[in-house]
Write a protein that binds this ligand. Structure first.
Ligand code: ME8
Length: 661
């Protein structure tokens, strides 16, 4: 077919449904989305797949706990995952659920091919199994904990179907040699090669102890084990047995976190080789986003959620931060402080400010029409050179997935334009013909730079660059601009600017962080009322209370879920950068806890020492302004401004640790 676009297929992992997306999952999906947009601007027809990994013991247990059938539990979770990606503007082209019938058929077909080709056999297996990670723990003894998650393993014996992974040691090593870019980055590649060189054991790919899985046809109660099932979803999403019709297989790029590189670069190509199907072209493993140098987990209370950030700063700000802050492939630390700092400096003061002041000057001096450049001075050409070189460099870096460096190039062009304006000072020029001509040249040059950087930044900042595009009165959609044709000098004079656009309003750092944290706390603990003493809500509408439905009555069993005890405050100090919070240590009888309380505006820290207070001791720990808070001090909320008044025991000598009932 003439003019057929080349195809590009990329995937994120198929995420587990035992929780909702946090910033780590969002990171992979954002990167995939940026690559998708970039490839489209380079002329490819792109499909990006993400989805939900819905089988296994964890789901059985979670559904049981929720008191609903597994099918209903996973359906709800899949809806929530998909809806969040849609809301964040990173929707899948193909959202595959491992309970989809098209996937079930593909897994069964792949198994049949592997079996027909002699790579599958039946055997027995006894081992220590981690039900949380859905994996047998190699070399573990009964009583050992899982080395990955630290939780106890269980001894499991069962009849399994095995996949002859051992037969693929040489084919895999040959394959890696022939395709040196298959595993990226290099460090991961070396790890995998040594792992495979160390010898491969056959792999059990079915279970009889698990009920909630894809049945092995004619072999019930065997169901497929998590990796044979989950990895195949990439193929199911683009046609499964009929993959040739759609033409998106083999996959061009599997984006994954470093935790699952082995499954993608060893098991997956081996399954496909066994079935004599084409093997993906590349697996790219990125690093971890850590929160205060440790892995995020709900039980640690350090999970960063995407929605509150997007609500406060916009999705583009989050995308920019994730892709700019960390070298792709390495671990990085997430901090709200760094996020808001980058937002204000690079987006509000950088791109946003350059766009709005350039537009305002064109409005004022040229009636909103992009002026024609007059005679050019060396400094104009110098800026043109910066922008022109930025095109090649930014694209080259993006192509190599050096996202941070690509953005660095784009932002140094923005900085150069700021400096150019500061030294040329078009605002200080008069209205003489010479001055007007000079202003025209300066503003044309700045606008052209803006056009170029806006196009370059579009895959990373899709919404705001589209706004700049409209502001500059440019024709068509920015996403339709072909990167291959992007050159300095294409800006057409005489074009009328579009409507002014709100881009990145500057924010007060402390206030922004408090609001993000308050929204995150609310999302993580939705049933919990805004805790007056621990975290005052930033805004409370008077109408809100009146409109709220009458609170539902609870039984005593619900009340007893809240464990409140008498605690004694041992130390109290202010928290730098958080006006409302005090950091306390509180003796609760069995231990001394660190608890943050939103009482700093009403209580002097030194006067609190020795005071007995009521403490909720079984609240999940959480971070307030980056400080861990493990429990909550109870207070009444008094008056319209919700002044906290600590609950206490002034008249009785109560024992520390006594339970409140
Ligand atoms: O592993 N930093 O699903 P999963 C960066 N269902 N990326 C992170 C991250 C963090 N802190 N936390 C999670 C599974 N990720 C399987 C996959 S694929 C056929 C089956 C991202 O829900 C990262 O991409 O545990 C990681 O690989 C993935 O989420 C794990 O998602």
């Amino acid at each position: 077919m003439p003019n057929e676009k080349p195809k590009f297929y990329l995937t994120t992992p198929i995420y587990y449904t035992n929780g909702l997306p946090h910033i780590g999952h969002t990171y992979t999906t954002v990167i995939a989305d940026a690559i998708r947009r970039y490839k489209r601007m380079r002329g490819y027809e792109v499909v990006m797949t993400t989805g939900t990994d819905e089988h296994g013991v964890n789901v059985e247990r979670a559904a049981q706990k929720a008191g609903i059938p597994e099918s209903e539990y996973v359906a709800r979770m899949a809806v929530a995952w998909k809806a969040l990606w849609d809301e964040l503007g990173i929707p899948a082209d193909e959202f595959i659920r491992t309970t989809d019938i098209r996937h079930v058929r593909t897994v069964q077909w792949l198994f049949k091919l592997c079996k027909e080709n002699g790579y599958v056999y039946k055997g027995n297996y006894t081992g220590q199994y981690c039900i949380y990670d859905n994996a047998f723990v190699t070399d573990a003894k009964p009583g050992d904990n899982c080395p990955d998650c630290g939780r106890p393993t269980e001894t499991v014996t069962e009849e399994n179907y095995y996949f002859k992974l051992s037969a693929f040691q040489k084919p895999l090593l040959d394959f890696y040699k022939k395709n040196p870019n298959f595993i990226q980055p290099e460090t991961r590649k070396n790890e995998i090669i040594s792992f495979v060189e160390g010898g491969l054991k056959d792999l059990s790919i079915t279970r009889t102890t698990v009920r909630w899985g894809i049945p092995v046809p004619g072999e019930e109660p065997h169901v497929f084990y998590v990796w044979f099932d989950a990895l195949t979803a990439y193929l199911s999403a683009v046609g499964g047995p009929d993959y040739e019709k759609r033409g998106f297989w083999p996959c061009d790029l599997h984006l994954v976190g470093k935790d699952i590189i082995r499954f993608h670069s060893v098991y997956w190509p081996a399954f496909l080789m066994a079935a004599m199907l084409p093997v993906p072209k590349q697996v790219w493993a990125h690093g971890w986003f850590l929160m205060d140098a440790s892995k995020m987990s709900k039980s640690k209370g350090n999970v960063v959620l995407p929605r509150p950030i997007a609500n406060m700063l916009g999705m583009d700000a989050m995308r920019y931060f994730l892709m700019r802050e960390v070298v792709f492939g390495q671990d990085g630390n997430f901090s709200y402080d760094a996020l808001v700092t980058r937002y204000n400096s690079d987006l509000a003061n950088g791109l946003g400010n350059l766009a709005s002041r350039t537009a305002a000057m064109i409005e004022k001096n040229f009636g909103g029409k992009i002026p024609k450049s007059g005679p050019r001075l060396p400094q104009d050409d110098a800026l043109a050179k910066v922008a022109s070189e930025a095109v090649g460099e930014a694209l080259d870096r993006f192509e190599k997935f050096e996202f941070a460096r690509s953005l660095e190039t784009i932002w140094s062009a923005i900085t150069a334009a700021d400096k150019y304006l500061t030294s040329e000072q078009p605002w200080a020029m008069g209205d003489s013909e010479a001055d007007t001509q000079r202003k025209a040249t300066i503003l044309w040059t700045t606008t052209e730079l803006l056009r170029v950087v806006t196009v370059l930044a579009h895959p990373v900042l899709p919404d705001s660059t589209a706004k700049v595009w409209t502001l500059l009165g440019q024709p068509g959609r920015i996403s339709a601009v072909e990167l291959d044709g992007l050159r300095w000098g294409q800006l057409v004079a005489g074009v009328q600017l579009g409507k002014a656009q709100a881009l990145f309003p500057r924010v007060d750092k402390q206030e922004a962080i408090e609001r993000i944290e308050a929204m995150a706390n609310e999302e993580l603990n939705p049933t919990q009322q805004p805790a007056p003493a621990a975290a005052p809500a930033p805004t409370a509408t008077a109408g809100g209370a009146a409109a709220a439905p009458a609170p539902e009555k609870i039984g005593i069993e619900d009340f007893t879920k809240v464990e409140m005890r008498v605690g004694q405050i041992k130390t109290a100090e202010r928290i730098v950068g958080a006006d409302k919070l005090l950091k306390l240590t509180v003796d609760i009888g069995t231990e001394i806890r660190q608890i943050c309380a939103g009482i700093a505006q009403f209580y002097e820290p030194e006067k609190l020492i020795g005071r007995k207070v009521a403490v909720v001791v079984n609240l999940a720990p959480r971070k307030l302004r980056g400080v861990e808070s493990n429990g909550m001090i109870v207070a009444a909320s008094v008056g319209p401004e919700g002044r906290p008044v600590l609950a206490g025991f002034p008249d009785e000598d109560v024992e520390i640790g006594a339970r409140l009932k």
